[in-house]
Structures are given as structure tokens and as C-alpha cells.
Design a protein around this ligand. Structure first.
Ligand code: ADP
Ligand code: MG
Length: 222
């Protein structure tokens, strides 16, 4: 619980920062990008420098957008949704990318699992979790998704991958802003997941064994 408390502290600080700063950064970014594209179009040389500048700008854009997403007020359009249906949508969305990476996402739901939630935010959570699993499996493999009901009050969504795993000492770092081990990572994905699931009065637990795979469990009130 200490760990969880520490995490929510960080989240609120980051949330406030996001609200104040991210929005202000986006406008100058857009004009920078526009003029850079213009220059690139008329330049005779140094095209690769322009390309690097544009892709670095794009990277700033991605980070700022993730921040803005965090800063939005939580749970506005909440309603009853079938998590199984929602997961199917998410898997359909990611399937092409998965197949290209030799990854099979296995999900055979039995019946429905209704929860009070904000559909798009919850989708975002599972997109992030599944993407992390996919990114942890460069050689391909199987990702298993499973929905169960450990007791009458909660629903558990489990995502189990066959990826590289996470060393035990790094587990506490997950969900910290900017904690990433990827060259192109933002380290904001899991933090967003924690924040969204917290807002839904649920919780996330992650267990992993190095070289064998990772299990992410999302608990939501039924
Ligand atoms: P990002 O994906 O941008 O790096 P995340 O917050 O989504 O940021 O994840 C943070 C870090 O947690 C990742 O860089 C990775 O080291 C680790 N991680 C998360 N999910 C998994 C997973 N399924 N398998 C292995 N490592 C993972
Ligand atoms: Mg991620």
C-alpha cells in the first residue's frame, strides 16, 4: 500500500503540471512544425537534418499529448459497459500490428462482464497494456487475455505475455512518470493506466518472471 500511496502522490503532481504546461507547449510546436516543413520543401540540401528535426518535434508532440490526456477531468461520460466487448474491440484494433509481429492475441470470453466505466479511457488502458506486451515480445508468441470474477464484487482482467519479463527490483518503478527501458518509449503509458484504473476505484497488479513473461491484472468493481 505504501507503494500505491506514493504513486498516487506523484500522479496528482504530474496531473497539475500537465494541465498548466502541456497546453501552452502545443501551439508553438504546431507553428514550429509548419515552418520547418516549409523550409524543408524549399531547401536544396540538409534534408536529413530537417527530417530529424521534424521527427524530434513529433516526439515532443507525442509526449505532450499523453500529458494532456492525463490532465483531462476523469470519468465524465461514464456508463455500464461489457468489458469483454470492449476488449474485443481493442484486440481487433491491435490485431494487424500483432500479426505482423508474429503475435497471437488469444481471447475467448464466456458471457459478458459489466462494469461502470468510461469506455474510451478503459480502452486506452488495455491498448497500453497490450502494446507493452507486444513490445516485450520481439520474437513473437502468444498473449492471453482472460476475464474472470474472483468474487461477487470485482472483475479481473488478466493480460499474460511471453515477453522478456521485468527484473524484480524494477517492478516498483512501473507507473512512475518517464520510467522507460525503451529507446522510443515515453514512460507515461503505465502511469496513465494506474491513474485511469484508480479513478474507476480499481487496482492494477503486475507480476513478472525474467525471460518468461509478465502478468498484468486489472481489478474493477463489478
Ligand atoms: P513505455 O512503454 O513508453 O516504455 P510504459 O509506462 O508503458 O512506458 O512502461 C514502462 C516500462 O515498463 C517499459 O519501458 C518496460 O520496461 C516495462 N514494461 C511494461 N510492461 C511490460 C511487459 N509486458 N513486459 C516487459 N516489460 C514491461
Ligand atoms: Mg507503453
Amino acid at each position: 500500500t505504501d507503494e500505491l500511496l506514493r504513486k498516487s502522490d506523484k500522479l496528482s503532481v504530474v496531473g497539475q503540471l500537465a494541465a498548466g504546461v502541456a497546453h501552452e507547449i502545443r501551439n508553438p510546436l504546431t507553428s514550429l512544425k509548419g515552418f520547418l516543413q516549409l523550409l524543408r520543401g524549399s531547401a536544396k540540401e540538409n534534408q536529413n537534418y530537417y527530417d530529424i528535426m521534424l521527427s524530434e518535434l513529433e516526439r515532443i508532440n507525442v509526449i505532450v499529448n499523453e500529458f494532456l490526456f492525463l490532465a483531462k477531468p476523469q470519468i465524465s461520460g461514464s456508463g455500464k459497459n461489457d468489458v469483454c466487448h470492449l476488449l474485443k474491440d481493442v484486440i481487433t484494433l491491435l490485431d494487424t500490428q500483432a500479426i505482423l509481429s508474429n503475435i497471437e492475441i488469444r481471447f475467448q470470453p464466456e458471457g459478458a462482464a459489466w462494469v461502470q466505466c468510461e469506455e474510451n479511457k478503459l480502452k486506452q488502458v488495455f491498448i497500453n497494456i497490450l502494446k507493452n506486451s507486444m513490445e516485450a515480445m520481439p520474437a513473437g508468441g502468444v498473449i492471453r487475455v482472460e476475464v474472470t470474477r474472483p468474487d461477487s464484487r470485482q472483475i479481473r482482467i488478466r493480460v499474460e505475455d511471453e515477453g522478456e519479463g521485468i527484473p524484480g527490483e524494477r517492478l516498483p518503478k512501473l507507473g512512475e512518470p518517464f520510467y522507460t527501458t525503451k529507446e522510443k518509449g515515453t514512460g507515461l503509458g503505465l502511469m496513465m493506466c494506474f491513474k485511469i484504473i484508480e479513478a474507476h476505484k480499481g487496482r492494477i497488479t503486475i507480476s513478472s518472471s525474467l525471460g518468461a513473461g509478465t502478468i498484468v491484472d486489472v481489478y474493477l468493481p463489478a
